[in-house]
Write a protein that binds this ligand. Structure first.
Ligand SMILES: C[S@@+](CC[C@H](N)C(=O)[O-])C[C@H]1O[C@@H](n2cnc3c(N)ncnc32)[C@H](O)[C@@H]1O
Length: 316
């Protein structure tokens, strides 16, 4: 009988590590997310889930090469067997997250948003590509990130646009140790303006105490009706004991690349979690919700991962 090779985190790490070898000193997960935006953006307009024309600048040459060679990419995924499909689902959930958050930003702008704060901004390019932020005179975007990743990003932005745009305030902050409210107020943030706080792919990398500190900084320094949007994993994934193989692999892989998962929310508890911290109008978005919203027609058979949910809420 032919023995099936067991695929685990080590095989995934070994087969993909070349893609991140030239990721530079900043966050590797920020490059992985830019890779998803880049890959999706290469698809025809009527097929892609999200679109980011600048993502190409934030990925490694190896990720760009792999995108040009779909047969190699397919073989790489197939070599991982069932686990390859599970990882594909995680990737698709990440792409749906970009789209959902984009749609949310656009809807907020239409409703009169006056200020945008992007926490753990990484290589997020919304400040440069979504209409509103760069073409409205006094609209400011605050990009908050760890100084190392933000430094790398600013260099790239200068390369792309020739200079750093006036409407973006770059606020280097270590969210584990610094108080967000103080750093924002010191950077020109206006606590009386209608503001949206984006935390995309961020909270899971911070200790629970830092997550509480961020949410309390937001509640204490913003007007009623300001919003937050973020995504989260269930606590079981963060603890490394997910019932799902993809959950355990994700946990081990992120620890291996030096960005371990630290914060999750127990299934079914997001509303209570946010209400206790001063938020109302809470909306939880499950994988089923975003699968139904975005994956139809040619995309109908693309898997998503049940592990990644999104949530948004307003300051009470
Ligand atoms: C998965 S990336 C997401 C980047 C971006 N939001 C996106 O979706 O493309 C995680 C981001 O969180 C940031 N981050 C992690 N720990 C941080 C900390 N202690 N302080 C500030 N930023 C942090 C990283 O620098 C990185 O940009």
């Amino acid at each position: 009988m032919k023995m099936q090779k067991q695929i685990g985190m080590t095989e995934i790490y070994e087969s993909s590590k070349g893609l991140l070898e030239n990721a530079g000193p900043g966050s590797k997960t920020a490059v992985i997310v830019a890779g998803h935006r880049f890959d999706e953006s290469q698809k025809p307009e009527d097929e892609r889930i999200c679109y980011d024309p600048y993502a190409v600048h934030f990925v490694t040459p190896e990720i760009r090469e792999l995108n040009k060679d779909p047969l190699k990419a397919k073989a790489m995924l197939e070599s991982l067997g069932n686990v390859g499909i599970l990882l594909l689902g995680m990737g698709n959930s990440t792409r749906a997250r970009v789209r959902y958050f984009d749609d949310f930003v656009k809807a907020s702008i239409d409703k009169g948003l006056e200020q945008l704060v992007i926490l753990g901004a990484g290589y997020d390019t919304r400040a440069y590509r979504i209409e509103g932020p760069h073409d409205r005179g006094n609209f400011k975007v605050f990009e908050v990130d760890h100084p190392t990743t933000q430094g790398a990003k600013k260099e790239k932005i200068k390369e792309i646009f020739g200079e750093l745009p006036d409407h973006v305030m770059y606020v280097p902050v270590d969210l584990r140790t610094e108080i967000l409210g103080e750093r924002l107020l010191g950077s020109g943030y206006d606590r009386s303006k209608q503001t949206l706080f984006i935390m995309e792919g961020l909270l899971m990398y911070l200790p629970p105490k830092a997550v509480d500190e961020i949410l309390s900084s937001i509640v204490n320094n913003s007007a009623k009706g300001c919003s937050i949007i973020f995504d989260y994993y269930p606590e079981s994934v963060v603890n490394g004991n997910s019932e799902l193989e993809v959950g355990r692999i994700t946990h081990d892989y992120l620890a291996k690349i030096g960005e371990p998962l630290l914060f999750g929310i127990r299934d079914g508890m997001v509303e209570e979690f946010l209400r206790k911290r001063g938020f109302s109008e809470i909306c939880n978005v499950t994988s089923e919700d975003y699968k139904n919203a975005y994956f139809y027609g040619k995309n109908e058979n693309r898997p998503v991962s049940s592990l990644l949910s999104f949530a948004h809420a307003e300051v009470k």
